[in-house]
Ligand binder design. Structure first.
Ligand SMILES: [Zn+2]
Length: 620
């Protein structure tokens, strides 16, 4: 009977965890034929966009991103940068004033000349041969449909566009600082995502992206001297050569141009880059995708590019084991852009730094595959990716310290700065770049690392894989993630999401009095911060033995397993700590004279903003 009951309960748990999310999502198919005039920096394109309205709503209009219109004087991106440039953050080591604008952007857009600006001009959008009414809102094109698009129906838009590639300022553009001729991100008219929260037609002010899931067939025609790297898999490698196929392009193409045919299944964006001095190398990790690394061959960094490629090959098995397998055929690291920026199946990176390469590739999981709305939840892609790249990098380096210390420090600095805003803030609308960056990357990373403290590391690992299984190729939100964490940990976590994501309340616990009471030791722990947490207290005795005293917090209605104890420490679980209660007494069986030290959270995973009061050494 007991055995039977256990089996029945197990089945219920498994069934509830594996229930697949039923939320609808829109779908697209892009067929793009584009030609690039490399001397005039102009793109002419024809786009057949098939759009499935899987929503329960009738759509009277759609929105299309025209990102490159941001690269014009007085654009919203320009205004935003100049405004942030007036915010003084402080002074650096040399007593030089530090302002909040992105150093790559500053007032550069304002100074672009007519042949340096970017633009995307849509000549028409047709449905069944009929031109639709267009209203341009700078980087967003509103298309008023002549006939409403009904629920559960599809339509095809025929779009003609011309674009001028801007001088590279932010992400996209020509002739970047490393001399890459074309970094072609955000380069085509791209339909905005419509989801259960409505349209996501965010004007481009330099921040985040969110796209519709679908398939891309992209044909790119340009000067045959250029090597092209892109999202997707090249369909005509032998025709183009350039290291992809067996032949050289000269033998195939008598005219001055080559057409590159790329196909990308189940992605939500498409990037490409082209340069006449690109070189291509490949790696194949065990049971992994084919990796391309494409960089300028005159680079003095040849050794570093090769080494980076080797490291990525080495890293993959751990990445797949920890975060789930990479599902596409290939992935391309492309030299281009202005730092590191993630796209489906590819990244633009300015150099061969291993940390950046790992970060961008891990974005294939956190946003490429688990396609969170980056504008609304930038911490779910940047924070989770920071957690992941830090973990992979630390694993490879066999780092013996606390792996996430940098992220915690970034978060603590943010708290001290007085500029913190909740990480639920829309990415475009933070008051400062500084707060956005530290909130999204650091506090978002701490969200996961600290979850390991709450539910235990082994459970966190299961959560990461279950999140992958349930939400890959979808648009998960914070609650979707938390629900998986709750089901796998058997711990209620709504309080964690509410405090950490929607407020700036902080955690501060302290060791209080320690007294001898009836031959036993009574240790007081104080809650000084507003955010409640479960508490680990490590007690070390003079004889060298150690005990981990674990106090779950009452809103959890559960506790983490003893496997989360530090090596060699005895696990002792106490009754729950009610969040309204300011102090908690831990009773230790042994005499106070036997105790050497007491420490709250020796693992450093608790984001306690004041660690100075976390430990006590008992004097002899
Ligand atoms: Zn990132």
């Amino acid at each position: 009977m007991k055995g039977l009951l256990f089996t029945a309960l197990t089945c219920v748990v498994v069934a509830s965890v594996q229930a697949q999310p039923s939320r609808w999502q829109q779908r697209v198919h892009y067929q793009i034929d584009a030609s690039l005039d490399v001397s005039k920096n102009l793109v002419n394109g024809q786009e057949k966009l098939t759009y499935w309205n899987n929503s329960p709503d009738t759509l009277n209009r759609i929105f299309i991103h025209l990102y490159w219109n941001a690269f014009q004087p007085n654009s919203m991106m320009d205004q935003r940068s100049i405004f942030l440039g007036k915010t003084l953050l402080g002074y650096d080591k040399n007593n030089k004033a530090v302002f909040d604008w992105d150093d790559r952007v500053r007032d550069r857009i304002n100074n672009l000349k007519p042949d340096e600006i970017g633009f995307q001009k849509v000549q028409y959008v047709k449905i069944a041969g009929k031109e639709q009414q267009l209203v341009e809102h700078e980087t967003i094109l509103e298309v008023k449909l002549d006939k409403p698009l009904l629920p559960q129906s599809k339509t095809q838009f025929d779009i003609a566009f011309q674009a001028q590639v801007p001088l590279q300022v932010r992400r996209s553009g020509r002739d970047n600082a490393q001399g890459v001729r074309f970094s072609m991100s955000q380069w085509y008219p791209k339909i905005a995502e419509y989801d259960y929260q409505g349209w996501n037609a965010n004007p481009y002010v330099a921040r985040e992206f969110y796209g519709v899931w679908g398939d891309y067939e992209v044909n790119l025609t340009l000067n045959k001297e250029y090597l092209v790297a892109a999202t997707g898999t090249l369909q005509n490698p032998d025709e183009v050569g350039h290291g992809y196929g067996k032949t050289t392009p000269a033998s195939q193409s008598r005219s001055g141009n080559l057409t590159w045919r790329f196909s990308a299944p189940n992605v939500h964006d498409f990037v490409w880059a082209a340069d006449p001095t690109y070189k291509l190398i490949t790696r194949r990790p065990a049971n992994g995708p084919l990796l391309y690394v494409v960089y300028k061959k005159d680079s003095i960094q040849e050794y570093n590019w090769q080494r980076m490629a080797d490291t990525m090959q080495l890293a993959y098995p751990y990445m797949a084991k920890t975060f789930g397998p990479y599902p596409w055929k290939n992935y391309t690291f492309i030299q281009g852009g202005d730092g590191g920026m993630e796209y489906p199946m590819a990244t633009l990176i300015k150099g061969p730094g291993v940390g950046t390469a790992l970060h961008e590739w891990m974005h294939s999981w956190y946003q490429g595959l688990l396609a969170t709305n980056e504008s609304l939840y930038p911490w779910m892609d940047e924070g989770f990716t920071t957690y992941a790249d830090t973990r992979v990098h630390s694993y490879l380096r066999k780092d013996s310290g606390f792996w996430y210390a940098d992220a915690y420090d970034g978060y603590y600095r943010l708290v001290r700065s007085g500029r913190e805003e909740p990480i639920s803030t829309h990415a475009d609308h933070y008051n400062t770049n500084y707060a956005y960056g530290n909130a999204s990357y650091s506090k978002g990373c701490v969200f996961l690392a600290q979850l390991g403290y709450i539910v235990g590391e082994q459970t966190l690992d299961k959560i990461l894989l279950e999140y992958y299984d349930q939400w890959k190729f979808k648009h998960p939100n914070p609650n979707d993630f938390i629900r998986i964490a709750e089901k796998l940990s058997n711990i209620e976590l709504q309080w964690y999401k509410e405090y950490w994501v929607y407020t700036t309340k902080t955690i501060d616990y302290a060791v209080g009095d320690i007294n001898l009471v009836n031959g036993k030791t009574e240790l007081t722990i104080k809650k000084l911060g507003h955010m409640p947490m479960p508490i680990d207290v490590l007690v070390t005795y003079k004889d060298g033995s150690r005990e981990l005293h674990y106090i779950p917090m009452n809103l959890m209605y559960g506790s983490k397993p003893a496997t989360d104890a530090p090596a060699g420490a005895k696990w002792i679980e106490h009754g729950e700590w009610k969040w309204t209660q300011g102090e908690y007494q831990v009773v230790l069986d042994r005499n106070i004279t036997e105790i050497k030290s007491v420490q709250i959270d020796p693992s450093l995973r608790l984001a306690d903003v004041n660690r100075g009061n976390n430990s006590l050494v008992v004097p002899d």
